[in-house]
Design a protein around this ligand. Structure first.
Ligand code: NAP
Length: 311
């Protein structure tokens, strides 16, 4: 039986790996479908402490992974398919392997929300995208729409101006949710324009996206709007599917943790975006990853009848 299994490899999971590895718990990190998590979808992280010139999302993932491996964390690039967390030996399965551990740290993050409108699914990968870093280059010299009014929409909208000639940000209200600094940059950028109080009802196309059907929520007027691509940034939902029958969720559907990252099951801790509906930053994910690791260490020490410093 292993000491600790960490599910997820974003900043939360990898920080938990660094701390548990340094505590000689030889953690197994099961990386999941999107290695590195959502930071790898971000071009530049400008607010992660310690990087005054910013850091590429993918680079930060590589740095964190290397740091965890240096202290003995084992990476498994696989996807967890089933868990049984109730007993004292926690079971974690992938398609062809089964592991048991004394403690499990859940760091499965969250996934971008979809608009769930006509044409969205059909044209995903053919003009509908959820990742500017991945797909921005394809829109060099073109016109793209960005849906949303939060930090992601503005951050990614600004990034898209490196390629596209014109970026139209379409927001359902007349006020942005994004940080003031991003709003200022977007308002000053000549390539960016805004359409306010407007929702997208249909993604239209002919093999690839050709336009959007828009509805003004105040006047109810509908218009056809020609674009070459559409980037959707309308928030996230937590990746709880594997756990929802065993672990208590909060009202918003996130894993319910206390301020020490405990879940309702002894020996199971949760950190990062899967349990955070408020901050959802790479640095807060890393912070809670550290908390989970320290709590897992304490839990294992107590199981073995040892005292833990500072307990
Ligand atoms: P978010 O803050 O939840 O914003 C989602 C945006 O999408 C909101 O403006 C929302 O409108 C809009 N929206 C939601 N559902 C919609 C729908 N069905 N149709 C049209 N619009 C819809 O999500 P986020 O921007 O992805 O950010 C997530 C977290 O990551 C936040 O905590 C954010 O601060 C953080 N983040 C930070 C940075 C950074 O610091 N540079 C960058 C990216 C993300 P309303 O405003 O009307 O609700």
């Amino acid at each position: 039986m292993r000491d600790v299994i960490i599910i997820g490899s974003g900043p939360a999971g990898l920080t938990a790996a660094i701390y548990t590895a340094r505590a000689n718990l030889a953690p197994l990190v099961i990386a999941g479908m999107e290695q590195g998590g959502q930071i790898t979808l971000t071009d530049d992280l400008e607010n992660y402490p310690g990087f005054p010139d910013g850091v590429k999302g993918f680079e930060l993932y590589q740095i964190l992974e290397k740091q965890a491996q240096r202290f003995g964390a084992e990476m498994l690039y696989d996807v967890v398919t089933q868990v049984d967390l109730k007993g004292s030996a926690k079971k974690v399965k992938t398609a062809d392997k089964e592991f048991t551990a004394k403690a499990v740290i859940i760091a499965t993050g969250s996934t971008p929300k979809k608009l769930n409108i006509l044409g969205e699914k059909e044209y995903t990968g053919k003009g509908v995208s959820y990742c500017a870093t991945c797909d921005g280059f394809f829109y060099t010299g073109k016109h793209v729409a960005v849906i949303g009014g939060g930090n992601s929409a503005l951050d990614e909208g600004l990034f898209l101006t490196r390629f596209a000639d014109r970026v139209t940000i379409i927001h359902r209200r007349d006020r942005l949710r994004a940080d003031a600094i991003l709003q200022e940059r977007a308002f000053q950028n000549e390539k960016i324009e805004f359409i306010w109080d407007t929702v997208v009802e249909v993604v239209a196309g002919d093999k690839v996206v050709t336009g959007l059907k828009l509805r003004n929520v105040k006047t109810q007027e509908t218009t056809d709007f020609a674009v070459d691509g559409v980037f959707v940034f309308v928030g996230h939902f937590p990746n709880v599917e594997l756990f929802k029958d065993q672990i208590k969720l909060d009202d918003a559907g996130y894993i319910d943790t206390d301020n020490r990252t405990f879940t309702n099951i002894a020996g199971v801790f949760a950190c990062g975006d899967v349990q955070d509906n408020i901050y959802r930053q790479a640095i807060t994910a890393a912070g809670t990853g550290c908390q989970s690791a320290i709590e897992a260490e304490k839990y294992i020490a107590a199981l073995e009848g040892q005292s833990y410093p500072g307990k």
